[in-house]
Ligand binder design. Structure first.
Ligand code: AGP
Length: 587
């Protein structure tokens, strides 16, 4: 939620650079944006409702400066207005703050500082006011430290002070990365903001502060003592975070699934075996994640059951803490997250750790909070995923879970072979003819208000995931069901022409789901079958390869495409759906 970016260095176009960097973080929030700099002792500020991708860089060309910072907002406290946009200031407008997270004790601090002095409805503004209060008796850096020590909640913040050529940043619970260039420094919520300038980074950890002036100094937030940080070189290429030839990141990322599954499965064998062994030796293993990652966990439940005959429990991370009654030191929590920053997942991890249970994670963003707070973390290597809708990360996560299940029964090589075949068959289906056909199906259903998806066994989670994909980018009401549950209620929703997607794998439950599909058809549903084989129940047949137990990995792909094309045909932006943000760092 929210992207922040600050720059200090040798260039004189810092404002433009910050705006361009924020455009790369726009996926984190796009309600409004704002930038600020110090122009010869005078604060320059621009704040606007709307997307930062619509900012006109020409408006900033004559503002020469080597220091600037800005923010792209996903609103939490206070409506979507210019005044609630960041940066926020102290009453004298000498101190500017950008913030990602939530200050939980902001009401109490507002009362202390005098409510009447505030101009916005945000929690963030208290930070600037409090620094100003302490500034009266302390040097600026100490005033910032003392302020931060009083904040409760989750935050990443960057602060600047008019007339002083440095930036101060701190984090607890929200990401902040320091990019170290040649005579220049970057402070950002995510790496793509500065990837074209440097690949050398320091990850700021919780309860750490950094002062960026002619160099960087890291401090412990609680004690104020200096700390040493390890410089990490990121192996992402700048182009991997760009749209390239595609109109949208979502389509680019769907198409990348040809390669990303290969990258996921070509992991170090020892690491896969380590996770497999941990799951085997645990007493009570839980899988947890949110949204799409949660549906991946559900698919994992089926993989572990069908392949390794091992019972694991799935719980959405937002519900997991209540499971603490079941947790013991021998329990294991395996969390899955693309961003590695999801607040609900972090809370699930805290619940597990409080009972002495071990936590393993599968994450896409290396160095993310979830990765660093796990006992062991495996990187899924899908590359940057920028579209809000998770696509390639989900299939890579499923590939790894399936691989781990095969490793648990000593069949890792067979698992690798199967998944390599899956990757090659995905490569085959993602051809122009397939895309054109999916687009024609999207055309046929784009004006409907409802859409239902059914799946069974390992494809039941894909029915739920399909619903998320369609809901979030096309705004059509979509719901996924376990096929056998239809007759217990949902079938009442079906009327003449209602689009229904039936995911029919070539497995032992095929006949059952075909019968359920016929039941829908008999009530007038317009059936889109996703299956290796055609069936008389289907009005449209999306042919997918038969890959056995790995079928969820191929079956979800046409649905990702369908959601994408429906959104585009409805004139929507699939990369930035309303009300959402890529990384959900609030509970
Ligand atoms: C997926 O399309 C969603 N936008 C969302 O459900 C996402 O999967 C969820 O917020 C979890 O994010 P994470 O994988 O970064 O933890």
């Amino acid at each position: 939620m929210c992207g922040i970016f600050g720059y200090l260095g040798k260039r004189d176009d810092a404002l433009e650079l910050v705006i361009k960097g924020l455009q790369k973080l726009e996926y984190r929030g796009y309600d409004s944006w704002g930038v600020t700099t110090d122009l010869d002792g005078e604060l320059f500020v621009e704040k606007k409702v709307g997307k930062i991708s619509e900012a006109n860089l020409d408006d900033f060309k004559d503002k020469k400066t080597g220091l600037a910072m800005g923010h792209t907002r996903w609103a939490t406290h206070g409506g979507v207005t210019d005044v609630n946009s960041h940066p926020h200031f102290d009453p004298e407008r000498q101190i500017a703050v950008v913030h990602n997270g939530i200050i939980e004790n902001y009401q109490e601090l507002r009362d202390e500082l005098g409510k009447e002095n505030f101009v916005s409805e945000t929690d963030t503004e208290v930070i600037a006011h409090l620094i100003a209060k302490y500034r009266k008796e302390l040097p600026f850096k100490e005033a910032v430290l003392k302020t931060i020590q009083r904040l409760e909640g989750r935050y990443a913040i960057v602060v600047m002070n008019v007339g002083e050529n440095y930036l101060i940043a701190a984090r607890r619970g929200s990401p902040l990365i320091v990019g170290i260039g040649d005579g220049e420094y970057f402070l950002a919520s995510d790496i793509p903001a500065f990837l074209e300038y440097t690949q050398d980074v320091n990850y700021l950890d919780d309860n750490e502060m950094v002062i960026v002036d002619g160099g960087v100094e890291f401090l412990n937030l609680e004690t104020g003592d200096p700390i040493d940080k390890r410089l990490v070189n990121i192996d992402w290429q700048a182009e991997s975070a760009e749209k390239g030839e595609y109109d949208h990141f979502m389509l680019k990322e769907i198409m990348e699934q040809k390669e990303t599954i290969h990258r996921a499965i070509n992991q170090d064998t020892d690491e896969i075996m380590h996770i497999a062994q941990q799951i085997k030796s645990s007493r009570g293993c839980f899988l947890s994640g949110c949204g799409t990652a949660g549906k991946v966990c559900m698919a994992g439940e089926y993989f572990f059951s069908m392949i390794a005959h091992r019972h694991v429990n799935f719980a959405p991370s937002s519900e997991f803490p209540i499971y603490h009654h079941f947790l013991r030191p021998e329990s294991l929590l395996v969390v899955i997250s693309q961003s590695g920053e999801t607040a609900d997942v972090l809370e699930a991890m805290e619940a597990a750790k409080s009972k002495g249970s071990k936590v393993l994670s599968l994450v896409n963003v290396e160095g993310s909070t979830i990765a660093r707070q796990s006992d062991f973390s495996l990187h899924i290597k899908a590359g940057p995923e920028k579209a809000v809708a998770s696509t390639k990360a989900a299939t890579s996560q499923m590939a790894l879970l399936l691989l781990i299940a095969t490793a648990m029964i000593g069949e890792l090589q067979e698992g690798r072979r199967l998944l390599a075949e899956v990757a090659s068959k995905i490569n085959d289906i993602l051809n122009p003819r397939f895309l054109t056909y999916i687009k024609s199906v999207a055309e046929a259903i784009k004006d409907h208000e409802n859409c239902y998806i059914i799946g069974k066994a390992e494809n039941y989670p894909m029915a739920l995931e399909a619903a998320i994909k369609i809901q979030e980018v096309s705004y059509i009401h979509a719901e996924g069901f376990a096929a056998g549950e239809l007759k217990h209620g949902p079938i009442a929703l079906i009327t003449e022409g209602t689009p229904c997607i039936s995911i029919v794998a070539n497995d032992e439950v095929k006949q059952d789901i075909i019968s359920n599909t016929m039941e829908l058809k008999a009530r007038g549903a317009y059936i889109i079958g996703i299956s290796p084989e055609n069936n008389e129940a289907f009005d449209e047949w999306i042919k997918v390869p038969d890959v056995g137990v790995a079928s969820p990995l191929v079956n979800i792909i046409p649905i990702q495409l369908l959601a994408y094309y429906i959104a585009v045909l409805r004139g929507l932006d699939p990369d930035m759906p309303r009300n959402l943000a890529k990384s959900v760092t609030v509970k």
